[in-house]
Design a protein around this ligand. Structure first.
Ligand code: CTP
Length: 403
């Protein structure tokens, strides 16, 4: 007997979403389409977890199906991709749904984006292009079997046994970013790789050159995994040797050390603190196409790691060493070098500022730009040494210079 999750659906999804699914269901029945909830949402319903994206698979042409919904004024189509025959639509109360035509794919180049072999295939053929069995479940939305789970690959069993299992032996060769997806799901659900999947991963990581890879996908998965800010993700990333995928180096750091620092200092780019401790290869850093702000973090790490630290005798030296460096890079530097000056800087010194500005010093009677710069620097030195605290003392110091 097939598993039916209509009850779960009714209790876990909002009324607005349920109404939209009902409209889709009716329209499919009236026009002879077979449609299914697919992938992450079915997995999350079975796990009784909140799901964010709603994906519907249409056996046939999803764009045509969306137009039928739009003609009835049920939704507005917001995006159409003709080559894949996918569409995005927004319904009442901002319910957003991604519609995809069932498709078969193949990978002409290892690690690169797949090419579509057939659109509008059977659901079963569609399912086999996917990553893990738990992500390959569908749930019928047609009236006659509404809520029936369709499981061609043993996904329900794997969900019950907390297992992450690929659908075929070539899965990681086709898409190595699945190795990182595996990490993400393992951490998110507390699942484990089944033995065969683990062996396939190890084989891929240890035997292949990883040049021929989609860095966009790898970057996106790394970002998702490390943004979770979970110590376990990082520990698994190291233990499973996933860092080899990005030609990284294994540091002697525990995930909890990073998490503790991240929680305390709250840097903007959390994921780059984790990644920064392993990623050194300049070519890969280039391949990741980082934004300007992200790139600066890696340049700063490089500068800090190559700089000579022996001269850090005073607070002023420490301040100057880390001044204008991104917080992420200072944290990575601390994690790799264990130099406590990095934390002294973040905790104490970076908060110390000269209160007077250039204009105020001018008003006090010093007009030469160079001299103003010098005075500001001297003031900073004194504030860092603790011999000047208040703004009044800063003013007195400037006045003493005039005399
Ligand atoms: N998928 C895949 N291989 C990938 C990425 C995605 O096979 N490299 C498939 C999976 O079946 C997945 C579906 O495409 O369920 C949708 O992808 P995505 O939205 O990234 O994943 P979700 O499973 O929905 O995960 P999340 O909860 O993180 O959104």
């Amino acid at each position: 007997m097939s598993l039916n999750i209509k009850k779960q659906l009714n209790s876990q999804l909002s009324k607005d979403v349920l109404n939209v699914l009902e409209l889709c269901s009716q329209t499919a029945d009236e026009n002879g389409f077979k449609i299914y909830l697919i992938g992450g949402i079915v997995r999350d319903l079975l796990l009784k977890r909140k799901s964010f994206d709603i994906d519907i698979s249409v056996e046939g042409d999803a764009i045509k199906f969306c137009h039928l919904l739009a003609e009835k004024k049920y939704c507005k189509i917001t995006q159409v991709q003709n080559d894949l025959k996918t569409a995005k639509a927004v319904f009442e109360h901002d319910v957003e749904i991604d519609f995809a035509s069932t498709r078969q794919e193949f990978y002409p180049r290892r690690g690169h984006l797949p090419v579509v072999a057939k659109i509008g295939c059977s659901l079963e053929e569609d399912v086999y292009r996917r990553d893990f069995t738990i992500n390959s479940l569908a749930m019928s939305l047609n009236k006659e079997n509404y809520g029936d789970v369709i499981d061609y690959v043993g996904g329900v069993n794997d969900l019950n046994n907390k297992k992450l299992r690929v659908l075929h032996d070539n899965s990681f060769n086709e898409d190595p970013s699945r190795i990182l997806r595996c990490l993400k799901f393992a951490a998110r659900f507390n699942f484990h790789r089944d033995e065969h999947t683990k062996a396939l991963q190890e084989k891929y990581i240890n035997r292949q050159l990883h040049d021929d890879i989609s860095w966009t996908r790898i970057k996106s998965e790394l970002k998702q995994s490390f943004s979770l800010n979970k110590a376990k993700v990082y520990d698994m990333f190291l233990v499973n040797e996933n860092y080899k995928l990005i030609y990284g180096e294994r540091p002697d750091i525990k995930g909890l050390e990073i998490k503790t620092l991240v929680d305390k200092y709250q840097p903007e780019h959390v994921w780059l603190v984790y990644l920064g401790t392993v990623l050194k290869n300049k070519n890969i850093i280039e391949s990741f196409c980082f934004t300007r702000a992200e790139k600066k973090i890696f340049t700063d790490i490089e500068h800090l790691m190559n700089a000579h630290l022996s001269m850090l005798n005073s607070n002023y030296d420490i301040y100057k060493f880390f001044d204008k460096k991104t917080m992420e890079s200072v944290l990575v530097y601390y994690l790799l070098s264990k130099r406590k000056e990095a934390l002294i800087y973040l905790e104490k010194l970076s908060l110390i500022k000269v209160e007077l500005n250039g204009d105020e010093i001018k008003e006090l009677g010093i007009t030469d730009g160079k001299q103003i710069g010098k005075i500001l620097d001297e003031l900073l030195k004194k504030k860092l040494a603790g011999s000047i605290v208040k703004k009044g003392d800063e003013i007195d110091f400037v006045k003493s210079k005039i005399k």
